[in-house]
Design a binder for this molecule. Structure first.
Ligand code: CDP
Length: 220
């Protein structure tokens, strides 16, 4: 691999497929920056819930208001702040958010709002001194970063994914979210044709990280 090439990796998969755990471990190993785009949708969802704006009113709100979006780096991750405020993980990952987020995430206006911000994070990570970026979500390889150097798609049986959520202490109707995320019109959850697909139910996390590492090291 050319020593100075900044590597862009798109990582997609359904809830509980192991995206964040894998991305964090690979980012630490290769000094890459991690972007969890699920947190972007969770942050906007909470932003609107706090203002009592239901999903069907978001479009009207955005037509006459702007939201300032900024980035905050913490260790190997970059987080989104909205109007100068960055929500905590406890505020974003709970039953209420799991229940609501996909209804906001399916809105084209809201996805448009995030698209350029998410794309610009590649240059932001490079300027901040990282050697690459892993962006995880549902539409990263298909829509946000279609020219990524590598694309991965993680999956696992529903029962395994549900079990992972319960052992994290989260109440999460994974099958309901899967359905909303994969059947929406704009940027549904899909496995891109050129993605490397891995069933994380068949491997330990260390093995999945090894598989990622092999692909990264085999780049040009
Ligand atoms: O962690 P988990 O996989 O359960 O979910 P998440 O990555 O935090 O994403 C929360 C929700 O945001 C998803 O269920 C999708 O509705 C939405 N999302 C999306 O639409 N597009 C993305 N790129 C990332 C998340």
């Amino acid at each position: 691999m050319s020593k100075n090439k900044y590597i862009i990796i798109a990582l997609d998969g359904a809830a509980g497929s192991g995206k964040s755990t894998t991305a964090k471990a690979v980012c630490q190993k290769f000094k890459y920056i991690h972007v969890d785009t699920g947190l972007h949708y969770r942050s906007l969802c909470l932003y609107f819930l706090n203002k009592n704006i239901s999903a069907d009113k978001v479009c009207d709100y955005l037509s006459c208001n702007s939201i300032s979006m900024n980035s905050v780096i913490d260790d190997f991750s970059v987080y989104l702040s909205l109007d100068g405020h960055h929500f905590s993980s406890e505020q974003l990952r709970n039953q209420e958010m799991n229940k609501n987020v996909s209804y906001y995430a399916r809105l084209p206006e809201l996805r448009n709002l995030l698209l350029n911000y998410q794309r610009d994070l590649c240059a932001y990570g490079q300027k901040s001194g990282f050697s690459g970026i892993i962006m995880d979500g549902r539409d990263i390889g298909s829509v946000v970063l279609p020219d990524a150097d590598l694309k991965f798609f993680l999956h696992a049986d529903l029962s395994i994914r549900q079990q992972r959520r319960s052992s994290d202490g989260e109440t999460d109707s994974i099958s309901g979210r899967d359905k909303l995320d994969s059947t929406r019109k704009t940027a549904p959850l899909v496995c891109p044709a050129d993605a490397i697909s891995i069933n994380t139910g068949l491997h330990t996390i260390d093995h999945v990280v090894d598989l990622f590492s092999q692909h990264i090291l085999s780049l040009g």
